[in-house]
Design a protein around this ligand. Structure first.
Ligand SMILES: [Mg+2]
Length: 373
């Protein structure tokens, strides 16, 4: 089998705001092969730049566009394809959007491999079964503590056993920070997990102070309180925090995840397949699990990213029901309608797909409606 085409597509809602909501647009990767098998991937990055990275013409030996590099290669040699991109796009794509675009290609390659083998991706990754994950409802904080209370009430009524609030006004005012968490807890009631995504808003000393201030509301974790590069700060924080600390959605290579685990001593790492790819997700996850760390997905895009996350986590053997799963609650039609599969939460759990590949089908009408490039 050989790759005959690699294309990137930009999809975008008619109105995009500055809310920290990644479901307002997306970049998709489509890999076509000479057998007729087509694989899909998704990237969580700057979509128009992702497309440029895929489409770029040859500039020189180590500066080529991803489509050029992959043309004619065997898609089942996933490691070989990844190595070729890392070598031939080395000049501009070691980190950042170039690495993100490769992550989307990696997802599409796994989709092709699963379809070719007639097996779900989790099975190719070494998972013994698919299973299901406890879905945590992932939303942004309300603009005020009172709005956050109303949101908490609403989502717990929808059957979730865990709700995460992120970004928004967190970090602007000490008392408001505490009130946001107080009202989140009051809204969900007892017996439901509350997760906090601080959105990189503090230094480690302030984050530690907040962790103690939030402790009475018994949060499940405190996510990304520091800048992604502040590994020394994470080491200080994780050594002292009364609440587990999570981060990792910004990372795209295995070495960076190892740094979070080995040097930052993070309690949870949060790979996003749309930024690191399925291969790196699994490698980073194994590294963390071997060191008694925990692994959870980051996912704020369409059903493609949801499926890629489920397969990666199930491939790590975490689908037995104890694992937790970020379930983006955005109402964006890209989040809700781009795949025909809706990944419904039943009794608080989301099931891992069992169909070959990622197990997703693109809804062409939605694809065409929002495609801008
Ligand atoms: Mg986050």
């Amino acid at each position: 089998m050989i790759i005959t085409d690699v294309s990137a597509f930009v999809l975008r809602l008619p109105v995009v705001t500055d809310a920290c909501d990644g479901s307002q647009d997306t970049a998709l990767i489509r890999i076509t092969t000479d057998t007729g098998i087509v694989g899909w991937g998704e990237v969580d990055s700057c979509p128009s730049v992702v497309k440029a990275v895929v489409d770029a013409p040859l500039s020189h030996k180590i500066c080529n566009g991803l489509a050029n590099i992959l043309q004619g290669r065997d898609p089942l040699d996933i490691d070989g394809c990844m190595q070729a991109m890392q070598e031939q796009a080395n000049y501009y794509a070691r980190v950042g959007v170039g690495a993100h675009a490769m992550a989307g290609v990696n997802i599409a390659l796994w989709d092709v491999a699963g379809k070719a083998a007639g097996k779900p991706v989790w099975s190719l990754l070494g998972g013994a079964s698919g299973g299901r994950f406890r879905a945590y409802c992932s939303v942004l904080f309300g603009d005020t503590p009172a709005q956050t209370y109303e949101l908490a009430r609403r989502y717990v009524d929808e059957g979730f056993s865990a709700v995460k609030f992120g970004w928004g006004p967190m970090g602007q005012d000490e008392q408001n920070d505490i009130d946001l968490i107080r009202q989140a807890r009051r809204g969900v009631g007892e017996g439901i997990d509350v997760l906090i995504d601080a959105g990189q808003c503090w230094d480690w000393e302030t984050a530690l102070k907040r962790a103690h201030q939030f402790e009475e509301f018994s949060p499940f974790w405190l996510e990304e309180p520091l800048h992604p590069d502040d590994i020394a700060g994470y080491a200080e924080l994780t050594a002292r925090s009364p609440i587990p600390i999570a981060t990792g959605e910004a990372e795209s290579d295995v070495a960076s995840f190892k740094r979070l685990v080995a040097d930052g001593h993070l309690h949870w790492i949060q790979p996003d397949p749309g930024r690191c790819g399925i291969s790196t997700f699994v490698a980073a996850g194994r590294f963390a699990l071997e060191r008694k760390g925990r692994v959870v997905n980051h996912a704020f895009k369409s059903g493609i990213t949801i499926a890629a996350s489920l397969h990666a986590l199930a491939g790590l053997g975490l689908g037995g029901g104890d694992g937790i799963f970020e379930y983006c609650m955005s109402e964006s039609p890209l989040r809700r309608g781009l795949t025909k599969e809706s990944f419904d939460v039943i009794d608080g759990f989301v099931a891992v797909p069992e169909a070959p590949g990622l197990g997703v089908t693109i809804n062409q009408a939605v694809f065409e409606e929002f495609r801008v490039a």
